[in-house]
Design a protein. Structure first.
Length: 285
DNA sequence: ACAACCTCCTGGGGGC
DNA sequence: TGCCCCCAGGAGGTTG
């Protein structure tokens, strides 16, 4: 479900409930998600104040007042909801309750916000580590640059892809190359850049890589603006659905006409490494 | 080292 | 209606 724009939307929704407030209660309802919770996870959250809520790629990073960082990855179906919060204009909202059987973490914050983490497939995970260990943590150690950040630029991408034989689609899904893209935004960006998903990474000209960088940035920025994409279960913390799925040009549009002006091609679908790829064979080369 | 799988897990949708 | 198969936003681990 959640790629960078969805995680950023969740971050922006959670921030008013978390930042500057203390965690009054915390409870996990099972021992693990994708991985076990760290030792004494809930107990170590209780009493802490959240100083800042950041994001790195698809990870949420809550910086706590004791120097620890509480990490959440949403996996495929992970969802944070805010329930029963204050009902004041501009404050929090009330999310539709999700299936309680899949509610795995519950927090109560100062000022009355109740936060629930719900994840039917349990591909999500959480961790709690010292801020000083963040860079060396296995999740982040080999991670590539933020696609919307200053270090994602042509010289970097040229170097990262040079001599790579993998198809460009696979390379962009590799979080070591660039961190935060997933299946949807990769295929959308490749379509905008006019690059075929199967194109060998190391054989794309500088000019076309420059166009790809611009396409990645544009699609992510537009998707954040739209509150992400909702296919089935993704929602923001207040239950709101994203709307970027209405602007997909290729994703899940097999057989439909290409959106590129004067192209007239038809969108194709193929499966590579178990993941669906959508593209227009006419304008993506 | 690299690329192409398989896997974890649940639920929704389509076909019969 | 029911059942079975396929599919899904991620990504670590295993093969070859």
């Amino acid at each position: 479900m959640p790629e960078l724009p969805e995680v950023e939307t969740v971050r922006r929704g959670l921030a008013p409930a978390l930042v500057g407030r203390r965690i009054l209660r915390a409870r996990t309802k099972r021992a693990d998600l994708r991985f076990p919770f760290p030792p004494r996870f809930a107990a170590r959250l209780i009493g802490r104040r959240v100083d800042a809520l950041g994001r790195r790629a698809k990870y949420l990073l809550a910086h706590l007042d004791d120097g620890a960082v509480w990490i959440t990855h949403l996996g495929m179906t992970g969802r944070w909801s805010i329930l029963g919060a204050k009902r004041q204009p501009g404050d929090f909202y009330y999310a539709e309750p999700t299936n309680p059987a899949h509610t795995h973490v519950v927090l109560e914050m100062e000022e009355g916000a109740r936060l629930e983490f719900n994840d039917p497939r349990r591909f999500g995970y959480m961790d709690l580590i010292a801020e000083s260990e963040l860079e060396s943590h296995p999740f982040f150690k080999a991670m590539g640059p933020e696609p919307l950040g200053n270090s994602f630029h042509l010289p970097y991408l040229q170097k990262a892809l040079a001599s790579k034989k993998a198809p460009i689609k696979a390379a962009l899904l590799d979080q070591r190359v660039v961190a935060g893209l997933g299946n949807i935004y990769v295929v959308e960006a490749l379509h905008r850049a006019g690059i075929a998903p199967a194109k060998v990474s190391g054989r794309i000209s500088a000019q076309r890589l420059e166009k790809l960088i611009r396409a990645i940035r544009a699609v992510l920025e537009e998707a954040i603006e739209a509150g992400g994409s909702t296919l089935s279960d993704y929602a923001a913390v207040d239950g709101a659905q994203g709307s970027f799925q209405q602007r997909f040009r290729v994703y899940d549009r097999e057989g439909e006409g290409c959106a590129t002006p004067d192209c007239g091609g038809a969108i194709k679908r193929a499966v590579h490494s178990g993941r669906s790829t959508f593209w227009c064979p006419r304008c993506q080369r």
